[in-house]
Design a protein around this ligand. Structure first.
Ligand SMILES: O=C(O)CCC(=O)C(=O)O
Ligand SMILES: [Fe+2]
Length: 383
């Protein structure tokens, strides 16, 4: 960073994020969906000793990221038992935990937006969302590398961090979460190396930025609705949306879902593509940091969830980020000679905190709240 550059302020980040979402939702340019596809990428060659094999996977990732910004990965190494385990815990959390026990974990008690959000508690653009959520974040105890001993104040296990259900209320819950989280964290670090290769960088380029990464994850429950909502960009307000249209904030998201469909991805034409991941696959999508880092080359694509069927849907997104003091600025390989960066550099943590704050109704955010204010406020969260 040169001396003349300053990093983006909170307000600029907030306005930028809002403008970006508006633009993606209302783009009038006549575009076709010709290049839009969500490919299935078998990543088994990426575990090869041979760099050429890893590069082949990286090249497929690059293609997906420059078109739809979404892809499915198979042969990723996360065992079925861990995937079924976490989906089962999502179901147990929503249905076996009593309302008093959930109340103890209410997100209004968290300065970091963690914990339990009742259905219709948060919304985007005024549409009440049917989803019920439990949010948790990185803690060293779940990191199989043991972490780096730094950023201790950001660790989910510290004050105001993760709020876990009592073991006697939901026996085995924490262990299943830890098994799953440890696995997807390793996988995310592996994928980040492929992202580096896909961008013509040293494979280890991002390694030192992910020693204590931001990594919020959530258990989501979308109750069955009878939505007849057509796949169109605008939502009539009386219709029930599971989770409103948004882009994700961090580097990329690893999303696991039950077999009930619901995720919809905004195509360039403004129509929604209904995601149909193969069984056993994870859905991966580019989020805002990678978009900023690549100067817009990689697409952080708007998506939403509508559960149109009569069956409950569960999902578990893992939002993989970098250490929160990382400065995100255009990568050297993403600027042609004479080309300018579209965005100013930004500190990872500031951007995430700002976007979380910006989605609360009064803009005061989750930080510096007192509980009374938080309780009265309807929280708007856009991820
Ligand atoms: O539940 C899903 O399928 C997607 C969730 C999502 O997009 C999010 O939480 O950001
Ligand atoms: Fe999302």
């Amino acid at each position: 960073m040169t001396e003349t550059q300053t990093s983006t302020t909170f307000t600029e980040a907030r306005e930028g994020a809002a403008a970006y979402l508006r633009e993606r939702l209302t783009a009038k340019t006549p575009v076709t969906d010709e290049d839009f596809e969500v490919p299935i990428i078998d990543i088994s060659p990426s575990f090869s000793e041979l760099q050429a094999e890893r590069q082949k996977v990286a090249d497929q990732i690059r293609k997906a990221c420059t078109t739809s910004g979404f892809f499915y990965i198979t042969n990723h190494g996360i065992p079925l038992s861990a995937r079924e385990g976490i989906l089962r815990q999502a179901e147990r959390f929503m249905h076996e935990l009593g309302s008093e026990q959930k109340e103890q974990l209410h997100t209004k008690k968290s300065k970091l937006g963690l914990g339990w959000e009742p259905s219709e508690y948060t919304s985007i653009a005024g549409d009440l969302e049917t989803k019920e959520v439990y949010n948790f974040s990185y803690e060293t105890a779940m990191d199989r590398t043991g972490g780096d001993g730094k950023y201790v104040n950001l660790d989910g296990s510290t004050t105001n961090g993760n709020m876990w259900p009592q073991e006697q209320d939901l026996p085995g819950f924490y262990d299943a979460v830890k098994t799953y989280y440890g696995g997807v964290l390793d996988l995310a670090r592996h994928l980040f190396r492929l992202f580096a290769l896909s961008l013509g960088l040293e494979e280890a380029y991002f390694d030192e930025m992910t020693t204590h990464p931001g990594g919020i994850a959530r258990l989501l429950y979308y109750p069955p609705t009878k939505s007849t909502l057509p796949p169109s960009p605008s939502l009539p307000s009386e219709e029930q949306v599971g989770l409103g249209a948004h882009s994700d904030y961090e580097c990329f998201t690893l999303l696991l879902s039950s077999s009930v469909p619901g995720l919809e991805i905004l195509k360039p034409s403004g129509h929604w593509h209904i995601a149909t991941p193969p069984p056993d696959a994870f859905i991966v999508n580019v989020a805002d940091f990678l978009m900023r880092w690549t100067n817009g080359l990689y697409k952080s694509t708007v998506h939403r969830v509508v559960n149109r069927g009569g069956e409950a849907r569960y999902s578990v997104p893992f939002f993989f980020s970098v250490n929160y003091d990382t400065l995100v600025e255009t990568l050297p390989t993403c600027l042609a000679e004479g080309e300018k960066s579209k965005w100013k550099p930004i500190r990872a943590g500031e951007y995430i905190l700002e976007r979380l704050n910006a989605t609360t109704k009064d803009g005061a955010g989750f930080f510096g709240n007192d509980d009374v204010v938080a309780e009265e406020r309807q929280v708007k969260r856009s991820y």
